[in-house]
Design a protein around this ligand. Structure first.
Ligand code: BES
Ligand code: ZN
Ligand code: ZN
Length: 501
């Protein structure tokens, strides 16, 4: 799909569809829409006065053969109440328009940059939201479907953003390019997460990381099990030992090319390519969804790709411990004690609490980069879904500064986060009788005790953990996240790194 930007008059755009927004309950049309309205014999006003189109959020009306304009159709899109309109609603409404155009079998459409113009957001944010809404809303994962002629192969080939002035056009072009790069990264994360576990093994992820590195000028190092043994990554290897698939510890590195001095930020992503639970086997219902237990790792690879493509002036390191979690005669068992890379010993209570084990060694490994910040993303606990549901990720850590940065980016990207506390009382719950720590603290505060476990390994690193168990995958369509992998945290962390000071 091509996204182009042009300068021009909306009435003279030759395209299949021009999309126009309208706020609910507005007596007057916005300046731009009014102009078009008058050149098309007040058709928009007429449609509104019939009461057929009220501008309710996501309401749509397709108008044909409209006099006075050169586009074949106009798609009126309801924006809802102006007071309630946000950037995220803009993404959603554009996604809805793109999907409805696509489902009609139409191949292209145009959107004015002034779409929803009364919203007090600058052009940059608006253009970015329009591109994200369209690209992310039209995302499909169909690599595993055999092509068949009867199937609905509708695909949008071109989207045109229509700017008003030369000056605006320049800004729009720059922003479109950037937004496309970020969306490409989100789609990479979605593809990796959606890929079945028999394809997306640790070796596969490592190979994909290598090819991403080659294309995007990232440094890449793959540590195999022998290397991990040398590094004494005992917690990581204890999870891997039950699987026939060899584990891989992926290291990606973006060194800024423009900036002279820069901070170092390490991004850690949990990549359990399939989480069966191990000997503490999971119940069979929905176990297939545990192919998504590498969503943190996929997001980390995607963030690094975007950082390099955008040449973000921060030294960003991605650490992705990748392994399956399987039961076997060689697998770790409840009651086993393992020694982590940090030297801390861990009593295994449940082999299903494996994410924190592989992250523990990744956090220890991160210390060699002397980072200014470490952020980990993980589908870590089912309890996170109980606490916050499927639209909000949990954040916790030892650095309010980083938490504030994440919150600020979250406001921009629409990926909701909510903080949980890591008070010392929670630490009591993961004290072991025979080892330094145990990997499960009981049912109470399951997301926090998992976070506290990580905190013990972060030590004095400025660190934040994001639990994406509820947000990485969706079983129902969301406005610009079709059913399936969401690619959560990619836009969030790219935005945070872009604005890092
Ligand atoms: N990968 C799961 C967490 C998860 C659950 C992610 C549902 C996405 C959706 C994790 O490894 C796990 O199994 N956690 C256990 C921890 C428990 C044994 C303390 C859990 O949440 O049940
Ligand atoms: Zn598990
Ligand atoms: Zn897991």
């Amino acid at each position: 799909m091509k996204i182009r930007s042009v300068k021009g008059n909306l009435c003279k755009i030759k395209d299949e569809v021009v999309v126009l927004g309208f706020f609910e309950g507005k007596k007057s049309l916005s300046k731009k829409v009014l102009e078009i309205n008058s050149s098309m014999d007040s058709l928009i006003k007429k449609v509104i006065s019939t009461g057929d189109f009220k501008g309710k959020y996501n309401q749509k009306k397709l108008l044909y053969a409209v006099k006075g304009i050169t586009s074949k159709r106009i798609l009126l899109a309801g924006l809802g109440k102006e007071k309630e309109f946000t950037l995220d609603k803009l993404r959603g409404v554009i996604a809805g328009c793109a999907q409805s155009v696509c489902n009609t079998g139409i191949k292209s459409f145009s959107v004015p940059v002034s779409f929803a113009e009364k919203m007090k957001k600058d052009t940059k944010d608006r253009v970015c939201a329009i591109v994200e809404g369209a690209v992310l809303g039209l995302y499909k994962f169909d690599q595993y479907k055999s092509k068949n002629k009867d199937s609905n192969n509708n695909e949008i080939k071109q989207i045109t953003l229509v700017a008003e002035t030369e000056k605006e056009l320049k800004e729009v072009k720059r922003e479109v390019k950037k937004a496309e790069t970020v969306c490409e990264a989100v789609c990479l994360a979605r593809d990796l997460v959606s890929s079945p576990g028999n394809t997306a093994t640790p070796t596969y992820l490592a190979n994909r990381a290598k090819s991403v590195a080659r294309e995007s000028r990232l440094a890449c190092r793959i540590i195999d099990e022998k290397g991990a043994k040398k590094l004494k990554m005992g917690a990581f290897l204890s999870v891997a030992q039950g699987s026939d698939q060899p584990a891989r510890f992926i290291v990606l590195e973006h060194k800024p090319r423009r900036a002279q001095s820069f901070k170092t930020v390490v991004i850690v992503g949990k990549a359990i390519t399939f989480d069966s639970g191990g000997i503490s086997l999971k119940p069979p219902e929905n176990m297939q969804e545990m192919k998504t237990d590498m969503s943190g790792g996929a997001a980390a690879i995607a963030v690094l790709k975007a950082c390099s493509k955008l040449d973000i002036p921060v030294h960003v390191v991605g650490l992705i411990p990748a392994t399956e979690n399987m039961p076997s005669g060689k697998a770790i068992k409840p009651g086993d004690v393992v020694k982590s890379m940090s030297g801390k010993t861990i009593e295994i209570i449940s082999t299903d609490a494996e994410g924190r084990l592989i992250l523990a060694d990744a956090l220890t490994y991160s210390k060699r980069f002397k980072p200014d910040a470490v952020i980990d993303m993980a589908t870590l606990t089912g309890a996170c879904i109980i606490a916050l549901g499927n639209d909000v990720s949990a954040i916790m850590g030892n650095s309010n500064e980083i938490i504030d940065k994440i919150k600020a980016s979250s406001e921009k990207t629409g990926e909701k986060v909510w903080p949980l506390p890591l008070w010392e009382e929670y630490g009591e719950l993961i004290k072991s009788d025979i080892a330094d720590l145990k990997n499960v603290g009981g049912r109470a505060a399951g997301t926090i005790t998992a976070g506290y476990f990580l905190k013990e390994f972060a030590g004095d690193l400025p660190w934040v953990h994001i639990d994406i168990a509820g947000t990485a995958w969706t079983n129902k369509d969301k406005p610009y996240v079709p059913k399936g992998a969401s690619g959560v945290c990619v836009r969030l962390l790219v935005n945070m790194l872009e604005n890092w000071k």
